[in-house]
Structures are given as C-alpha cells and as structure tokens.
Design a protein around this ligand. Structure first.
Ligand code: PMP
Length: 438
C-alpha cells in the first residue's frame, strides 16, 4: 500500500522514472511525450545539463541560508535578470516556492500598500469568472472556478467576479473583437461603481487564461481598457503569469504583448522549469517605495523565500529564455497552432483552436455550430486525458464552466525545445485519442 496521500484517492499512477528532452519514461519503460510540460512547467524539457550543473554547484557551495539573516548571490542575480527582462517595469522581486504563494504574496502586498497610504477601507478584490489563481485560501478566493471554491466558501476573502475575455463564447453577432473586449473590460468599471472603488484593492487576472479555459488570449485593447479603469479608480492591477509567463506565450512576460504595465506580476512554473520549486512576485518601484517609507517591512514571508539552489536553477532558465528560447516558443507555437488547425480545424467536435506561443488550447464541443458543450456526466476531458496517456501523450484536459455547465478543453504546453517531428507526434497521438473518445 502506498502511504503517499495522492490527491485522487481512487486513481493509481505509474511511477515516473526518467525524463529526457520532451519525453518522460515510467517504471515499465513506457515513453510519454510531455505535451503539456506537466502543467506548463517544463519549458526547457527534461535533463537539461546546464540547469543540473548549476543546481549541483550551488548545493555544494551553499544550499540554503535563511533570508532573515542573509541575502544570496543567486537570488540577487535572478532578481536583476527578471527586472531587466521586464525592461524596468518592476523594481523589486519577492521570491517564493510556487504559484499560489506568489499570488498570496501579491494580494497581501497590495493590501499593505494601501494601508501604508492610509487607505484601510480597501478590503476586496475583483477578478474574473473562469480563472484560477491557486489553491491557498487567498488565491482560491480570487479564482473563478466554483468547483474548487465551493467547499471553502466560508473562508474566502471578499471577491467580485466579472466576465473573462473569452471571445469564442462571449463575442456577439455584429460586435467586433475590439468592441467585445471593451464591453467586458467595462464590467470592471460597473463592478467598481457597484461596490465602491474605495473598498477595492486590486483587479486580478491572467493575461492568457490557462487551466480553466485552455490558453485563451485576450482580444486587442482589452487590457489597455482594464489598465485605464484601474488608474481612474486608483486600484492596482495584478497580473497572474504563473502559467502563461516565462516565455510560454512567446515573450518572457506575457503582459508585454498587451502594451501595458501591471503594478504586480506573479510568475512560477516555467521559472524553475520543474527543476526546482520556485515562484516570484514582481512589484513596481512605487509599491516598494510605499513599504519602504512606511512600515519598512513586508508583513509576510516563508522559510524558503529566495532559496539559493532554486534561484541558481532559475538563473539558468531565465538566461536561456532571454537568449532565444522565449522566441523559439513563439515560432514553434505558430507551427503547433497551424498543425492543430490542419489536423482538427474541421473536426466536428473541436470548436476552437487558440493560444499564443507554445500555449495552445482546443475546445471540445458536442456541436460546432451551436458551440454546445458535452454533458458534464460524460467527463470527456477525463476520458481524453486517460486515452492520450495510454497513447503516450501527456496533455492537460480540463473542464471549465460554460454558462453554468461544464465544457471541455485540452491544453498543450510542451517544452520549448520541441521539434517539427514532435509536433507531428502530438497531432498523431491527439488524432488517435479523439478518434477513440469523441
Ligand atoms: N496561478 C495560475 C494562473 C495557475 O495556473 C496556477 C497553477 N495551475 C497557480 C496560480 C497556482 O500555482 P501552484 O500550483 O504552483 O501553487
């Protein structure tokens, strides 16, 4: 009997033994193409010798030193690199161990920023339906996935949810994509006026929606309007790039493609590329200055903040991203999108194929014309996951909430070292999977 507390208590899992490039191997020697990089984590692929060497060297010289006593070279270097990659949009980087922790830190920093300015009435967030920001209580509160939230509803921070920017389902006949984006962005203003802007801390959103919708990018102009509304009403803009950041959408930071500057951004997953658990929150000079001029102390913290070995691994990842690998994600992403459209663009059960960079999603529907989803009881996404796995493909199928019902999508987020041959392998294996399940 296993004593590991597996999250799905009724499932049994093969044991992962080895990773090499875009492939994973289990204890029976079965080979899987890691088509979703786990959960959009493994951006470099498996077994990268440079990251492994950096981890070894760091562990030999200094594995850990508590940040109440010391800073460390790898943490300082990594913060410099991330700030440079943001072109100075941010001034400070707060390191944590994963995505939920990054979001949690962002929510608390945003609240403390307003406390430092004497604005203590600000106590709630506005976020979007069909979003995910993590499983810790604060992050969960700002997420829109009702299934994840419901059991813990009494423990939630006050959050209002507005529509996501989801053109495939939201854009109306006769409305341009731009008009649609403005309309859904304006819901933020309506909600601010309804609850009172003086009670709101921040608007929280993923630039490109990951797990709950399946790689849904915003339409042009949406985030510009969101930024404008945040500025008009004096609330902060927190962008969650835990899944879509670190080159996943073709640029090191996903928000750069929107032509705006958020006040806080969160990253994780691809930052450690699966080699180390690490996340980070980056904040503007203005926010840091308010803390510095006020309490002089961020009232938050964890034991593993700025872990030297984790930062050493992430330094190599960021170097690779900024010297061509993020650009490769953009190029290979276009090829993957074209291959998916060529293979499944006319499939009667594939309603939409969308994404940016190597962050691509396919929306599964019962009927392409009406866009109606399959009945939730059919658990199409679970069946796809199982069949794809049996076919040697790891992908990330999920059910999102569509008009109160569960819809299905498949998320692909392969390592950026992917080749043309791997793309063909993905479409072949997905094709076989769809033929079995749909
Ligand atoms: N934010 C987003 C956008 C995510 O996709 C995730 C994880 N899927 C998280 C936060 C939480 O990250 P973690 O699982 O590392 O806590």
């Amino acid at each position: 009997m296993s004593h590991v507390f597996h999250r799905h208590t009724k499932h049994s899992y093969p044991t992962a033994m080895r990773g090499e490039g875009v492939y994973l191997f289990d204890d029976k020697g079965k080979k899987y193409l890691d088509g979703s990089g786990g959960a959009a984590v493994s951006c470099l692929g498996h077994g990268d010798p440079d990251v492994i060497e950096a981890i070894k060297a760091q562990a030999e010289s200094l594995a850990y030193a508590h940040t109440s006593f010391f800073t460390s070279e790898p943490a300082e270097q990594l913060a410099d690199k991330l700030v440079a990659a943001s072109d100075g949009d941010f001034e400070r980087v707060y390191f944590v161990s994963g995505g939920s922790e990054a979001v949690e830190a962002a929510l608390k920093l945003a609240r403390q920023y307003f406390l430092e300015k004497g604005e203590s009435t600000r106590r709630r967030f506005i976020a979007r339906r069909q979003s995910y920001h993590g499983n810790t209580l604060g992050a969960l509160a700002t997420g829109g996935n009702q299934w994840r939230k419901e059991p813990f509803a009494p423990l939630m921070v006050e959050t209002s949810l507005i529509s996501p920017c989801y053109a495939y389902r939201g854009q109306q006949d006769g409305e341009s994509a731009f008009e649609y984006g403005q309309r859904v962005a304006n819901e933020l203003e309506e909600e601010l006026l309804r609850v009172g802007p003086e009670t709101v801390i921040a608007f929280v959103a993923e630039p490109v929606v990951g797990a709950t919708l399946g790689a849904v990018p915003p339409v042009e102009g949406y985030f510009k309007r969101i930024r404008e509304i945040c500025d008009t009403y004096g609330i902060l803009l927190i962008l969650d790039e835990v899944m879509c950041g670190m080159g996943r959408t073709g640029s090191v930071f996903a928000y750069k493609q929107e032509g705006i500057r958020p006040d806080i951004v969160t990253i994780a997953k691809g930052l450690g590329a699966g080699y180390q658990p690490i996340g980070a929150m980056l904040c503007s000079a203005e926010i840091y200055a308010a803390i510095e001029a006020g309490t002089g102390f961020f009232q938050h913290g964890h034991t593993y903040v700025g872990h030297p070995t984790a930062c050493a691994a992430a330094n190599v990842v960021v170097d690779k991203l900024t010297t061509g690998l993020a650009a490769r994600s953009a190029d290979m992403g276009q090829k993957l999108n074209a291959a998916l459209k060529a293979s499944f663009g006319q499939h009667p059960n594939i309603g939409d194929i969308r994404g940016r960079g190597l962050f691509q999603g396919l929306e599964i529907v019962e009927d392409r014309d009406t866009k109606s989803p399959f009945a939730p009881e059919l658990a199409i996404n679970a069946k796809i996951k199982k069949a794809a796995f049996a076919n040697g493909l790891g992908c990330y199928p999920m059910g999102g909430t569509v008009d109160g019902r569960i819809g299905d999508h498949v998320l692909l987020a392969p390592p950026f070292i992917l080749t043309d041959e791997h793309i063909t392998e993905i479409t072949d294996k997905l094709g076989a999977t769809f033929a079995e399940v749909l």
